[in-house]
Design a protein around this ligand. Structure first.
Ligand SMILES: Cc1ncc(C[n+]2csc(CCOP(=O)(O)OP(=O)(O)O)c2C)c(N)n1
Ligand SMILES: [Mg+2]
Length: 405
């Protein structure tokens, strides 16, 4: 029997979509008409310098909060754009490799949250210290690592930053003062306070940034860390990435107060637009100055994760597709910085396209290199477990690993 399919229900559903203006930007193109990202006006200060008004007002708790403007340069804007594009592209390739079963185990992607990390890096130097949870691939990239090191690590290869032994949750760079990549929710925060203690003890003048999610924000160990950091006036920034969900639980369901920037109680706090890299930069300049001179401070960066919690979560059972599409098409951090440059004639479409092509080539090469790289030999499983190479006992005594003297 021949069946005819009526398009009417689909069409009426589409027209019944929320009134919010959703303009889909092609992946690597530019909309010719004004977009939700347009409109940020820069003041040209001469000598390649610009001053932008920060569109979303900062909120502040027990402090004045940052100025509503951010000074920048063309060079910095291009660098922010490139770094965010590099993170996004690396994550996109990781997603594909996971689906091809080249990456196994856990994989948590950072898509949507790039402005938090890249904005904070614009306010700090690599001499400052950062520690985060398991959504950590981008951090290796901003801390001097390469897409090859990230993708190799994810694919379990010896060319990975942790020799393929750590995987997604254990990116790490000693030279980059990046302390991981921590799988236990919240555990990085007391460690970050310890790093801040070492900076004070050694009088380095550097700060420690502990990044954690809204899902970690209610844990007791965080409050113990705040207390000690406050008593000792440590140069600690406690940065909550509020991406609205902890796994499948929305912030309204998990937190009696969703004002994460106030959750340090006696600690000052600021809330910043985590989808705008310049807003993050200005906020983090303020926070770093406070931490260096007065002690700990809380920062809440309001952001959004586009994908599911991890690869096993499609991410659409506890939130609507409309919500995700609206965030992508009206708040995307890469588009935001792109239009800041285009609207103010700071860079041309061609310059930005050239950066995107350069990043694509680098990441494509990294995928190839990662898949061609060797795995570690099986004996390496027993190494780097203890400080010294000690015998490791297997279930069957005869199969124990005895290091060669
Ligand atoms: C101590 C501990 N409890 C539970 C888990 C399981 N778990 C992994 S991620 C996660 C949610 C954390 O959400 P959030 O802090 O908001 O970070 P996001 O994933 O949004 O970046 C949970 C409960 C864990 N890894 N560690
Ligand atoms: Mg979260």
């Amino acid at each position: 029997m021949r069946r005819t399919i009526s398009l009417r229900p689909l069409a009426s559903r589409l027209t019944a979509a929320p009134a919010a203006r959703v303009l889909v930007i092609p992946a690597r193109g530019y909309a010719e008409e004004p977009t939700p990202f347009s409109g940020a006006k820069a003041e040209d200060l001469g000598n390649g310098k610009y001053r932008f008004q920060i569109e979303t007002p900062y909120a502040a708790h027990k402090c004045d909060g940052p100025e509503q403007v951010c000074e920048t340069t063309k060079e910095e804007l291009l660098s922010i754009f490139k770094q965010m594009t590099r993170i996004r592209r690396t994550e996109t390739e990781a997603d594909k490799l996971y689906k091809q079963k080249e990456i196994r185990g856990f994989l948590h992607l950072y898509n949507g949250q790039e402005a938090v990390l890249v904005g904070l890096e614009a306010a700090l130097t690599l001499e400052d210290h950062i520690i985060t949870a398991y959504r950590d691939h981008g951090h290796l990239l901003t801390r001097g690592g390469t897409p090859k090191q990230v993708l190799s690590e994810l694919a379990g290869r010896a060319s990975g930053c942790s020799k393929g032994k750590g995987g997604s949750m254990h990116m790490y760079s000693k030279e980059g003062n990046f302390y991981g990549g921590n799988g236990i929710v919240g555990a990085q925060v007391p460690l970050g306070a310890g790093i801040a203690f070492s900076q004070k003890y050694l009088k380095t003048g550097r700060v420690s940034v502990s990044m954690f999610g809204d899902g970690a924000a209610n844990q007791g160990q965080l409050f113990e860390a705040y207390n000690m950091a406050a008593l000792w006036k440590l140069p600690a920034i406690f940065l909550c990435e509020n991406n609205k969900y902890g796994m499948g639980t929305s912030i309204e369901r998990s937190s009696a107060s969703t004002d994460y920037y106030k959750r340090g109680d006696y600690l000052p706090g600021i809330k910043i637009d985590g989808m705008d890299a310049l807003a993050v930069k200005q906020g983090m300049l303020y926070a770093a100055d406070w931490a260096r001179n007065k002690g700990p401070i809380m920062v809440e960066a309001e952001t959004y994760r586009y994908g599911g919690h991890s690869m096993s979560d499609p991410g659409t059972s506890y939130r609507t597709r409309e919500e995700i599409n609206r965030m992508r098409s009206t708040r995307d951090p890469i588009e935001k910085i792109r239009y800041k440059m285009l609207d103010n004639n700071i860079a041309t479409k061609e310059e930005l396209k050239a950066i995107e092509s350069e990043v694509k080539a680098e990441v494509d090469e990294a995928v190839k290199a990662a898949l061609e790289a060797p795995f570690l030999p099986i004996e390496a499983t027993y190494q780097h477990v203890y400080l010294e190479d000690v015998p490791v006992r297997a279930v069957e005594l005869g199969k124990s690993y005895v290091p060669k003297q």
